[in-house]
Design a protein around this ligand. Structure first.
Ligand SMILES: [Zn+2]
Length: 112
């Protein structure tokens, strides 16, 4: 598998370890809750070579009350590359991915 070039945009097969300076904005299909997760936090918990699509397929919504968590799947994920953090963080690039169901499999398509 070719490695992403400098400044290249991630694709669904990009290994998660290359996305350490990206952030996920996740919108739940069930409750429309929006959450933000830094990729570095995800990278610590999954195999370093895991392709992006496999990681996205594991995201579940943490909304709702503790007794009845939503557990909805994402309807939309924006990947944003940011430099810095906090109020001075700057957005460098972003792409949006949407899932398309193929039976039990999910394909992630870029929508912008
Ligand atoms: Zn939800």
């Amino acid at each position: 598998m070719p490695e992403p070039r400098e400044g290249g945009l991630p694709t669904p097969v990009t290994p998660i370890r290359y996305l350490d300076d990206w952030r996920f904005e996740i919108v739940c299909e069930a409750c429309q809750r929006r959450s933000y997760v830094r990729a570095v936090e995800v990278i610590r918990r999954v195999p370093q070579d895991a392709p992006l699509y496999r990681v996205l397929g594991r995201f579940r919504c943490h909304g709702g009350v503790p007794e009845y968590p939503c557990r909805g799947r994402p309807s939309r994920i924006v990947l944003a590359k940011v430099s810095g953090s906090g109020p001075t963080a700057q957005l460098r690039q972003d792409i949006e991915l949407r899932p398309r169901r193929q039976g039990n499999a999910i394909e992630w398509e870029r929508s912008r």
